[in-house]
Design a protein around this ligand. Structure first.
Ligand code: ZN
Length: 133
């Protein structure tokens, strides 16, 4: 039910610095800059051959990205996979004992719905993404 890598999320302290590097130095196409209230982050999205790289800067002390930066520093935070049927996928993997951070899908960026798999069940933090209804 997983179709492709949707994006890779990278935690950063300074979004402007990430934009400077990946837009101006590497020449990646900057798709948009957006705030995602559910995750308390500001996101800069780049397109690289159909896969998006998303740089995430926390907007609050209690953002999940703030905690990640404190514990691990800047770097890859999560990998996101696209599915057409997030609810069916959640039912399927929960039935296999997968531990979720979000038991039900929540609002992601750009009108998507998302759910995070607990890293205990996925080694690296994993996000499942579907188009919103
Ligand atoms: Zn993500």
């Amino acid at each position: 039910m997983i179709k492709k890598i949707d994006h890779i999320g990278v935690a950063v302290k300074d979004l402007d610095k990430a934009i400077e590097i990946y837009n101006n130095v590497f020449g990646f196409e900057l798709l948009e800059i957006e705030e995602v209230p559910s995750q308390k982050v500001k996101v800069a999205k780049f397109n690289v051959g159909g896969v998006h790289i998303e740089f995430l800067q926390p907007l609050a002390e209690d953002s999940p990205i703030s905690r990640f930066l404190e514990n691990k520093g800047e770097g890859i935070h999560h990998i996101a996979y696209y599915t057409d049927d997030i609810k069916g996928l959640l039912d399927d993997i929960r039935g296999k004992g997968v531990k979720m951070i979000n038991e039900e899908p929540i609002k992601g960026s750009s009108g998507t719905i998302i759910a995070f798999v607990h890293p205990k069940s996925s080694i690296i933090l994993t996000e499942l993404v579907s188009k919103g209804e």
